[in-house]
Design a protein around this ligand. Structure first.
Ligand code: SF4
Length: 676
């Protein structure tokens, strides 16, 4: 059977699900995916909201009988595919997907690290560990998967998880005494047996980066098994995610975790003895842990040397950010920065890491000791890559209240993407509701960013499937022309007043999507007390909890930034108004944006036209897409930035959006809501 027969009006889904609506666009997409897999070429498919794109790629993927990787943007979306869409296929279509849900190593409990931590002196002396460990112990005894998503009682971002999770740096593999019981071993065996792997983009690129860095023959730890087909859902995010994985970064936190692990390994091997254990207590009370070891003995001296050298280098870097960082704490570092005291500090770290590596190598009678040597060497190599970056890379520094990160990122991921994805894997499907810009199914921006603009180099088919929703009847786009320019100081207060008026017209049920944290806090502050509806603010609770409260309330107002612009699904009346404060241009001072703009300029292109505007169009389309999530949804999207009306690029931005009715009159918005 073909996917069209299974998903079509006479197929088992239509017979099995009451009220099932077969969708022309879904069938068209399923045909295109089927062809791309069979003939092994790339397909770019924009599928509007409500197309049913997940089934349109899953069914052909399963029917193909090939080994397929389905990669999506987040772990939550992975789980949705695995726990919701695949069971539906099994139940109604009688297909066996032979699927495995695969997450990055950092999601799984590492039994070796966990047991090392439990038996360390810190477990007795550190009050934070004393609070978290019993809960983890109870869970570790009953979990079948070791997946942290089951550990709902643990606070998001609890630092203890970083010390007991698996990672490519800390996983030993077959020589580990826990190997047979290990959750990662189980996950990897499932992955080998499966035909369909459901992963997320971070894992996909981590695997690709690992493979790219692979030296010599033989399989690499953490690599996905060979596959024939890859399907990227939410493919508009690929450039950003690939950028972070094809780069290199070192952070104070990474040094800290490596030193803690090394210390525990040395204690377990009897190479150092516990001192009074004050290190843990002192560290927690200061908010940031000290890197200095809490042990004594020969190896402790080496740990102390690495700690001091790392602190020395980070301390000399911090003022560089203070001088020129943007609002996100990020600053580009010029190649000449590595000179004088800073270069000496880097050499100090390099020497200390080398000494730690040779010591651990010499003592390496156990796998954990060998791992200490490997991690010290990896850190050393990564630091060297940052100090002496390759061509096509930008070096940057990010300093926040409790973290400092130093990294290099590729300026152009297009070539890497083409070589490592399109030219390596036969069939590649990229899909999302937002891949094109402008109103004419224009994939040129995506193609240029992913290195496939040359139509002769890689065979690529394109398909645009419109949303089956009647946007003109169901939605109104409000673009006021009477507010101050979005860059004017008067904009904030005027926009807050207008948001309050819009919320009053809708009676709540609103997302206020902001382009900066500062605007988010200002609007939230201005709205409290002015609207009778509850005002929820991003960050006040975990994202899932905020959304649950928003849905349950029915009339709430949620003020948020970019993390709520996409991947958030609130069908029904609880969300009937989406307000967007400004055009979501990328932060122009971000070092990577600056470097990409300079590269385009050097190639004779206008970076604003070729990069900033299309990128903003896709982000705007994502925000706009929050409104209509089902056929019966109705509502208003308000874009308060009048540049969509007054600037030349405004036509492209508005032309990228679904065809809602448009108005610049507030009374029409009021009429829309009172007529509902
Ligand atoms: S095999 Fe790796 S992940 Fe598993 S317990 Fe051992 S070190 Fe941890």
């Amino acid at each position: 059977m073909t996917a069209r027969q299974l998903l079509g009006p006479d197929g088992p889904l239509a017979r099995g699900i009451e009220g099932y609506e077969d969708r022309t666009g879904q069938l068209e997409m399923a045909d295109a995916v089927e062809r791309a897999i069979a003939d092994e070429y790339a397909l770019l498919c924009e599928a509007g909201t409500g197309t049913g794109k997940t089934l349109a790629y899953l069914v052909p993927a399963i029917l193909s009988g090939r080994k397929v990787v389905v990669s999506t943007a987040t772990k939550a979306l992975e789980e949705q595919i695995f726990h919701k869409d695949l069971p539906l296929i099994t139940q109604h279509l009688g297909l066996d997907p032979q699927a495995a849900l695969v997450k990055g190593l950092g999601n799984y409990l590492c039994l070796r690290r966990y047991n090392e931590l439990r038996t360390s002196s810190a477990a007795l002396t550190d009050p934070a560990l004393g609070r978290s460990l019993p809960m983890i112990e109870a869970w570790a005894e009953r979990t079948e998967t070791g997946d942290v998503s089951e550990l709902s009682a643990m606070a998001e971002g609890d630092p203890i998880w970083r010390e007991i999770c698996s990672s490519s740096e800390t996983r030993i593999g077959a020589a580990c005494e826990y190997f047979e019981r290990c959750f990662v071993t189980r996950m990897k065996r499932d992955m080998e047996r499966a035909r369909l792997l459901v992963v997320n983009h971070h894992l996909f690129f981590a695997d690709l980066a690992l493979r790219a860095a692979s030296k010599g023959p033989g399989p690499r730890v953490g690599a996905l098994p060979p596959y024939d087909v890859v399907v990227f859902d939410e493919a508009h995010q690929l450039e950003d995610i690939a950028t972070s994985f094809f780069g290199t970064r070192i952070s104070r936190a990474r040094v800290e975790v490596m030193l803690r692990d090394a210390e525990r390994t040395f204690v377990a091997a009897g190479l150092v003895s516990q001192s009074s254990g004050k290190g843990g207590k002192r560290a927690r009370s200061e908010g940031t842990r000290s890197l200095l070891p809490s042990v004594t003995g020969e190896a402790a001296v080496l740990l102390g040397l690495v700690a001091e050298a790392a602190e020395g280098m980070f301390a000399r870097l911090a003022p560089l950010a203070a001088a020129g960082a943007n609002a996100e704490g990020k600053v580009a570092l010029a190649p000449g920065v590595w000179a004088g005291e800073l270069l000496d500090a880097y050499h100090g770290l390099d020497t200390a890491l080398d000494a730690l590596r040779s010591y651990a190598d010499a003592k390496a009678v156990t796998e954990p000791l060998r791992l200490v040597a490997t991690r010290a060497e990896l850190l050393r190599e990564d630091a060297a890559k940052i100090v002496d970056p390759a061509a096509n890379q930008i070096t940057w520094l990010e300093v926040r209240a409790r973290s400092i990160v130093l990294g290099v990122s590729p300026i152009d991921v297009g070539r890497l993407f083409r070589e490592q994805v399109f030219e390596r894997v036969g069939a590649v499907v990229l899909t999302s509701a937002t891949l094109t810009t402008g109103g004419a199914a224009d994939f040129r921006f995506l193609r240029s960013r992913l290195g496939i603009q040359d139509r002769d180099a890689v065979r690529v088919d394109e398909l645009t499937v419109a949303s089956p929703f009647d946007h003109a009847a169901a939605s109104l786009l409000y673009t006021p022309s009477d507010l101050p320019d979005a860059r004017d100081a008067a904009f904030g207060a005027a926009a807050a007043d207008r948001i309050a008026e819009l919320i009053a017209a809708a009676g709540g049920g609103a997302f206020v999507l902001c382009t900066s944290l500062r605007a988010m806090h200002a609007f939230a502050h201005a709205l409290r007390g002015r609207t009778p509806e509850p005002v929820l603010v991003q960050g006040a609770a975990p994202k899932g909890a905020l959304l649950a409260r928003f849905r349950a309330s029915g009339d709430a107002v949620l003020v948020a930034t970019m993390s709520f612009w996409e991947g958030v699904d609130v069908p029904g009346d609880a969300l009937r108004l989406v307000v967007i404060d400004k055009i979501p241009f990328a932060v122009p001072t971000d070092p990577i944006v600056v470097a990409r703009s300079a590269a385009l300029e050097a190639a004779g292109k206008n970076p604003f036209v070729a990069y900033a505007v299309p990128q903003a169009a896709i982000a705007l389309k994502q925000g706009f897409g929050r409104l209509l999530r089902s056929r019966s949804d109705r509502g208003v999207v308000a874009i308060l930035d009048r540049r969509v009306l007054t600037r030349g690029y405004g036509a492209l931005l508005l032309g990228s959006l679904a065809p809602a009715r448009r108005t610049d009159r507030l009374d029409e918005v009021r009429r829309f809501f009172s007529a509902r």
